[in-house]
Design a protein around this ligand. Structure first.
Ligand code: FMN
Length: 314
């Protein structure tokens, strides 16, 4: 049986994201894949209410799922999306990051966190391939959080991102059609997805530019100064996406590079083991609060003051 590949976009109809995504998907189809494609603009999608039903489930080792299940189209889409061999995501960049529609859809993935659901035996482990396309009117400096924000929202469902492409300088609708090289790069995304699918899961590797980004682990282009983490772990520098820890070092040719520490992948968020540590953190910090009647009583008592304070709205 052939592979299944899905495209998910949040861009304008018949515009840049859709065009690049279709180029990538056509390459997959030519290589034998069965294709599904959706634009999130066509669906009813609610914003996560923050009810913590799903993370309370994590604290109790139960699959409580999403409180919004069956109230919109999210679950219907997830039933298809999580059964694909690969998914290619294409999002327009708004204010440096993926558009709010894309993020609204992807933030709801927490209720489907595969690190937790496989740990409790609610779902079978599945190796998924993923690739990312961000599209912006400007250059990297104005899309500096785009691929990074997209990537972190895909790790929740264990998509192994094998390639990502930032299409720059295409602000007008469908303007990307002027640039053969951008269309060709999108096709290459599709080809790389198929190459990954035809490789045994344990041997799948990053297929984009080997030097892409700062992080040699997830290829993000975003680092931050490390700070104390849960249970005291600390690194001088962290990758903001996968959480790899290490430090900057100068190479003999005078360039800076991010070198991952020997223990720097302990909490690698691209792996289920790494995210499992965060599930344990949630169980302790949030679950611990709900299990402590004194802490809950103290919060309920102190909250009264804040409930009574109101200011003029609009
Ligand atoms: C509200 C808004 C904010 C935007 N912010 C950015 C930005 O920060 N960086 C950028 O490169 N492009 C930005 N753009 C331009 C879009 O990313 C660009 O038009 C892109 O082609 C949209 O993709 P689409 O044609 O698939 O919808 C913005 C557009 C809108 C409407």
């Amino acid at each position: 049986m052939g592979f299944t590949v899905m495209g998910v976009t949040a861009g304008r109809k018949d515009s840049n994201c859709e065009i690049l995504l279709k180029e990538a998907l056509m390459a997959c189809q030519e290589l034998g894949a069965e294709i599904t494609m959706i634009n999130l603009k066509d669906y009813d999608l609610l914003d996560c209410t923050g009810c913590t039903s799903c993370t309370m489930g994590m604290s109790m080792g139960k699959n409580t799922g999403c409180a919004l299940k069956n109230k919109d189209d999210k679950d219907k889409i997830m039933q298809v999306m999580l059964n694909q061999d690969a998914v290619i995501f294409a999002a327009p960049t708004y204010a440096l990051m993926p558009s709010s529609l894309f993020l609204k859809f992807m933030h709801r993935n927490l209720a489907y966190e595969s690190a937790f659901l496989t740990q409790i035996g609610a779902i079978e482990p599945r190796d998924r391939v993923g690739a990312l396309i961000s599209v912006g009117g400007s250059y990297r400096s104005w899309q500096s959080l785009a691929l990074e924000c997209m990537q972190i929202t895909t790790v929740t469902n264990s998509f192994k991102i094998v390639d990502m492409y930032m299409a720059t300088a295409v602000p007008a609708p469908a303007q990307v059609l002027l640039y053969e090289e951008k269309l060709a790069r999108a096709r290459e995304i599709g080809q790389n997805v198929m190459k990954a699918l035809n490789t045994p899961a344990a041997e799948r590797k990053w297929l984009g530019d080997p030097d892409a980004g700062w992080c040699p682990n997830c290829h993000s282009n975003s680092l931050c100064l490390g700070d104390v983490q849960w249970k005291g772990l600390k690194y001088p520098i962290e990758c903001t996406v996968c959480g790899a820890g290490g430090d900057l070092e100068k190479t003999p040719d005078g360039k800076w590079k991010f070198v991952i520490a020997p223990n720097g992948l302990e909490r690698d968020r691209t792996t289920e083991e790494g995210r499992g540590v965060h599930c344990d953190e949630i169980a302790e910090v949030q679950g611990g609060f709900f299990m402590d009647p004194n802490a809950r009583a103290e919060v309920a008592q102190k909250l009264e003051k804040y409930k009574k304070i109101t200011f003029k709205g609009i």
